[in-house]
Design a protein. Structure first.
Length: 168
C-alpha cells in the first residue's frame, strides 16, 4: 500500500492554538461494498506533545483510545512511528466494569495486533513517540462502511468500554 501511493505526509497534527485539544483522529481509507471490511487510518499525536500542550485540559487523555474491547473483529498495523498497547483484564467478574493493567506491548512499523473476538481483548492504544510527529496506524474492521463501524462502537459503548481500577 505504501509503495503504491499511500502518502504519510497527508496525515499530520494540525497547528495548535490556545483552545486546541490535541487528540487522535481517524480517516476512512477504503470501504468494502461487497466485502465486510473497512480500512481506517488513525493519526496519533505523541503523548509527550499532547500532555505538554494541553496538560491542564480535563480531557487530556484524548490523545489515546479509551480502554475498550471490540464489538466487531479488528486488526491494526503501525504505518509510521510506534504505538503502545496497554493490555487489561477485568478486575472483578461480578463488579463494575473496571480493569487492571497486566502488561504493555510496543508496536513498530508493520507490526500490529488482531482481535478475532475469540478471547477477551481489552486494550488502550496511544503513541509514546516524541515531539509533534504523529504515529500512523491502519485499522481494518469487520463491517462494510465507516458509518457501520462507528455505529457499532456507539451502540455498544456501555458494554465495550472500561474504567481503570482505583488502587486501594
Amino acid at each position: 500500500m505504501i509503495e503504491l501511493g499511500f502518502f504519510e505526509s497527508a496525515y499530520s497534527i494540525p497547528e495548535a492554538g490556545p483552545d486546541t485539544l490535541i487528540s487522535f483522529d481517524c480517516f476512512s481509507l477504503w470501504e468494502g461494498e461487497s466485502i465486510p471490511a473497512t480500512f481506517l487510518v488513525y493519526v496519533w499525536p505523541s503523548e509527550e506533545y499532547a500532555l505538554a500542550f494541553n496538560s491542564a485540559h480535563p480531557k487530556n487523555t484524548y490523545y489515546s483510545s479509551i480502554i475498550h474491547s471490540h464489538p466487531i473483529s479488528c486488526a491494526f498495523a503501525v504505518l509510521k512511528g510506534s504505538l503502545s498497547q496497554g493490555n487489561y483484564v477485568l478486575a472483578s467478574a461480578d463488579g463494575p466494569r473496571t480493569v487492571r493493567l497486566v502488561d504493555e506491548d510496543l508496536f513498530y512499523r508493520f507490526e500490529g495486533s488482531v482481535d478475532d473476538l475469540k478471547q477477551p481483548f481489552i486494550h488502550r492504544l496511544y503513541s509514546k513517540g516524541m515531539g509533534k510527529t504523529p504515529a500512523l496506524s491502519l485499522h481494518v474492521y469487520g463491517l462494510s462502511t465507516e458509518e457501520k463501524v462507528m455505529a457499532s462502537f456507539d451502540e455498544t459503548r456501555a458494554f465495550h468500554s472500561y474504567e481503570l481500577e482505583i488502587a486501594q
